[in-house]
Design a binder for this molecule. Sequence first.
Ligand code: GLY
Length: 568
Amino acid sequence: MRKQWAVVGGWLLAALLMPNVVAAVERAASRHPPGAAIASAHVLATDAGFEILRAGGNAFDAAVAVSATLSVVEPISSGIGGGGFFLLHDARNNRDVFVDARETAPESATPAAYLDKNGELDADRATNGPWSAGIPGLPAALVHLAQNYGKLPLKNTLAPAIRIARSGFEIYPRLESGYGSRREVMERYRGTRALFLADGTPPKTGEIFKQPDLARTLELLAAKGFDGFYKGEIGNKLLAAVEEEGGKWRADELAGYKIRERDPLRLEYRGWQITTAPPPSSGGVALAQMLQILEGWDLSKLDAAHRTHLITEAMRRAYRDRTIYLGDPDFVKVPVARLTSRDYAAGLRATIHPDKATPSALLPGLPAPLEDDETTHFSIMDVEGNRVSATQTVNLVYGSGMVAPGTGVLLNDEMDDFALKPGTPNAYGVMGFDANAPAPGKRMLSSMTPSFMESDTQLAVIGSKGGSRIITQVLLAILAHDAGLNARQVAALPRFHHQWMPDVISAEPGALDTDTIKALQAMGHTVNAGESPWGILQTVVWDKQANVLSAGTDPRNPVGKAGVVLTP
Ligand code: GLY
């Protein structure tokens, strides 16, 4: 039946036929994995994690190493000038915790500050330069992980990232083309020019890119912890850079940044316990809504067109609620219990016609373009059973484009994830209302959805990059794991997406075949097939029954690496 589900699905066929070459071994059933597994978007980051595990670290130490190394080698996606979410499973205490290292709004970031003289959203201010940047959270997360969950000091766990920042790494095509797309913005800023035009020309594939200032900033973080970034020399340089470019951050806002530990959101789906991101991520709530709507059907018994139709309708309804209800729970009351209840999902399910698209225009909203973004995800499991599912970001390609001189820190442009002008779509085409309006110290709504899924026999650690499309990728990955695909196949799946507005199904090449597209169109859907791939999904899977560990990284990202190391 499972194979039939995949084959009938069409969009799964290519992945199903791929050979599973993931390193794995079978052993007697065990309460602990047979080794460790890491999947990340860059080989150097995955290798940094294994280096730390070999040095006696646990999954949380490895997470510090992977996170910091991604900050160095994938500056287009994430960095210590940005933020992230770390979903942890602490095996010793059998505890799941969600470490919220999301950026916060400075007091200067009032809604009025983002309007132009005609009262329209100033998109340049929202996405480029100092006004687009929130107070970074990622450095605080690295310190928090090391102090509360790791075994090794930051001096050890940051060592690979510091080494690579100083000695350099090879530029790959995504970095080069991303720079090209953001060049005008990036070269507005003195610090960015000093780093990216150090040899007089923009970064080119194959060149070695060195970041000596970033190496030194990471050394100060390793030596002084929180204060090494948020106060003293680096803190002062960050404040001066923001001021030099016309923005306003106060020293107490930087020094007062706080990590939040939150209870993850939990739900059940067809025998799986899903543990996922609570607000200020919209991911977990939307995931709960979509999965609980879909629970009403046996997807394996449907043809590809009807299955895609029903999944799309679930996506449409969840993304509409995202816009209206979700924001930072420290500032607004988010009706999580109601939105994630089975009764609410049943009510939404009842509004879905089995063969007809519901026009999004029947619900209030405005059409807006879809855009791709950066962000990155990594998944880790260690031999003790500790797990990390982490998604981190500077938001759009190369964040704000602005490097603070003398620090190597590229600031995020996460302020665009607020509803800066309620009812106006942000760069991903998603809108927000009052729940996600900016306020001093508030965290902007996110789509990052680091997740675990566990049944009696399987355990998976999953997540992806992709802006507003992160949530639907995690949804499709959960459905694919449930359908019996292995880690590598799940990471390789072509994806489709609907986010209520614009009212269109976007699809990566190979996600929907011609007959399925025609059938969807006959049901009233608009389909935009053949878009460029938008995600980089990472999954690590432990088959508890067979005691087999495997890992998968998206093959569309040639610099990624998923690896398994078995302990003797
Ligand atoms: N900046 C992308 C996200 O947080 O969802």
